[in-house]
Every structure is written in C-alpha cells, then in structure tokens.
Design a protein around this ligand. Structure first.
Ligand SMILES: Nc1ncnc2c1ncn2[C@@H]1O[C@H](COP(=O)(O)OP(=O)(O)OP(=O)(O)O)[C@@H](O)[C@H]1O
Length: 310
C-alpha cells in the first residue's frame, strides 16, 4: 500500500500551493507531514484523496494512478478531514453506519464494522447520543470512527488534534498507533512538532508548498549536523541585547518568544559564555538556562530560519 508522488504541482489561480513535491510513503508506516499553517499540507492530501486535481505531476496509490483509477483508490483510503464532517441530528451510531453504507457495507457486516469503529474511538457507551451534545474532542473521535468504518488500508488524517482537550487528544494518538499496529498505513498532518516526533516513523517537512526535508526523525536530526539550541528565560530581553547576540560568532539563528531567548548554534559551550556576558552588560535578569539537543522544531528552524509557530 505505498503512495508515490512525483513532481506534484497545485496552483489556486496564481497561488502556488504545492510546488514539485515528490515523496514515497511506504506500506505500514505512520508518515507525518509537518509544516506551518498554509504550507500546503491539506492541499497535498486532498490530491492524494482525489478531491483536488494536481496541475501536473503523478500520484500512484498501491500501483493505481489516481487520475484513471480514482474509484478504486477511494476504497483503499479513509480520510479524517480537518473540518468535522458528521451529522448533528442523528445518533453517533447512525453516523458511523451511514458512512459504512456509503462504502457498500450492509447487514451483519455493517453492524460489526460499526461496533468496531465505535470501540476503537472509545464511543461505544455514547453511541445512542446525538453528536450535537458532544465536546469538540468527541466529535473529532466520531469523525475518525466514520473514516475508518470500512477498514481502509490507508488512513489520512488532517490535523486531527487541533483545538481539542488533552484526553481526546491522547485517545486519538493512541488509536492512530493501534490502527497502524493492525496494519494500516497512516498519513498524519500536523503543525505540532511534538506530536509528529512522537507518533511518526518518517517525516516530510513542507514549507511554502515545497518539501524541504524528508526522512526518519533520526535522519533529519543528523542533517542538523550537531546543532544545539540554547534557551534562556529572562525578564526584559531588550532589543539591543538581542541585536548584539545576533552578531556573536557561532550564532546560526536567534529568536525571542515572550520571555525566552532561543539561540541556535554548533558551539554552545563558547557561545553561552558570550551570550551571558552580553546579557549581563544589558542588566537582563536570567531565570533559567537550558540546552536542547536538536528536535524537529530545530530542524525546521535551521532549514527556514523560522519557528513552526511563527
Ligand atoms: N481553495 C483555495 N483557494 C485559494 N487558495 C487556497 C485554497 N486552499 C488553500 N489555499 C492556499 O494555498 C496554500 C496552502 O494551503 P493548505 O490549506 O494546503 O495549507 P496547510 O499546510 O494545510 O495549512 P493549514 O494547516 O492552515 O490548513 C495557502 O497559502 C492557502 O491560503
């Protein structure tokens, strides 16, 4: 069940949303597509789903070209869209049943599939209720139940944990792992670096429509070439202090988020002393200092000069 994109391009009028993306998603993996808002993640997966047509390039799902075999491809795929797509006025069970019937499930087979999907998503005991009473997280779990009822071999999830409570979030992440353990290939988009880092076997980083990095987490971190992130929490980090730090030798990037200064470098030992000297001169009160080994956030920072949350 591999998915292969070759030189895929998508424009909305003059806006280039996906720019020559080529990647190969392997059977049985959880593949993370990571990028900031507007990077092109949803557009990419909508093209894999056959919901949008690329302007050029090729998408092959399990050996089938989606241009000519879109019906066959759709049966293999289950899509959890970013926007909740369920009916508020019928029960949770009826929602899942409806989606199952769209895929041709009937009778006992449908009943069993609905039971399993509700169980997976932890909604069995709420199955008779109408989703209009559900929390955002439960609606999203129901959305997932609807997407997996036909047991798709490939599950595509577009930012399924945005804006939901931690309990539902953990539930969703655990059900993604379980679906994968049972054989599903998963494509998971997110702009939460920690989520992708914990969940996904391989990651593609997308920015301004371009795939800028691709590999296992370890491979991506290796590309960082031993870069480290110094984080200093301090009160009143002044503009002129930041400017002076930017000029220090060995600095790759400097950013300030609220009262935390982050400096990317390959030579943390020496640079830290220089930074402390500059901050001391500027009468900055330091509360905490930490040194981080590279994570996907710093990979992104190093590639783009920006943080994912910018
Ligand atoms: N229907 C549309 N018409 C015009 N421009 C669009 C349309 N859909 C998306 N775009 C633009 O294409 C770019 C990529 O959008 P896309 O939704 O694929 O990004 P994303 O990475 O999924 O971001 P988000 O997390 O915000 O959904 C953005 O600049 C967006 O504004």
């Amino acid at each position: 069940m591999s998915i292969k994109l070759t030189n895929v391009v998508k424009r909305y009028d003059s806006k280039l949303a996906v720019d020559q993306v080529s990647l190969n998603i392997q059977q049985g993996e959880i593949f993370g597509l990571l990028g900031p808002n507007g990077a092109g993640k949803s557009t990419t997966i909508k093209m894999i789903m056959g919901l949008l047509k690329p302007n050029s390039g090729e998408i092959i799902v399990h050996g089938l070209d989606i241009k000519s075999k879109s019906m066959e491809v759709k049966k293999l795929l289950g899509m959890v869209p970013q926007d909740i797509a369920i009916y508020d006025n019928i029960s949770a069970r009826e929602n899942v049943g409806f989606f199952g019937s769209l895929y041709g499930l009937r009778g006992k087979e449908l009943k069993k599939a609905v039971d399993e999907a509700l169980e997976y998503t932890g909604l069995l005991d709420r199955q008779k209720e109408k989703p209009k009473k559900f929390s955002g997280g439960m609606k999203r779990r129901l959305n997932i139940a609807c997407a997996i009822v036909h047991k798709p071999e490939i599950i595509i999830m577009d930012e399924p944990t945005v804006g939901i409570d931690p309990q539902s979030r953990n539930h969703i992440l655990e059900s993604v792992r379980e679906l994968n353990r049972r054989g599903a290939t998963v494509i998971y988009t997110s702009h939460y670096m920690e989520e992708v880092e914990n969940l996904c076997h391989r990651v593609g980083i997308i920015d301004h429509g371009k795939l800028i990095a691709l590999g296992t987490k370890e491979e991506l971190k290796m590309q960082m070439n031993q870069e480290q992130l110094i984080q200093i929490e301090a009160s009143d980090i002044r503009f002129n202090v930041v400017n002076e730090i930017k000029k220090l030798q060995g600095v790759i990037n400097v950013s300030v988020k609220e009262n935390i200064l982050e400096v990317l470098t390959k030579n943390a030992q020496q640079l830290l002393q220089d930074i402390l000297f500059v901050m001391g001169k500027g009468n900055t009160t330091i509360r905490n200092i930490s040194l981080q080994e590279p994570d996907l956030e710093s990979v992104f920072l190093s590639l783009t000069g920006r943080t994912l949350r910018d």
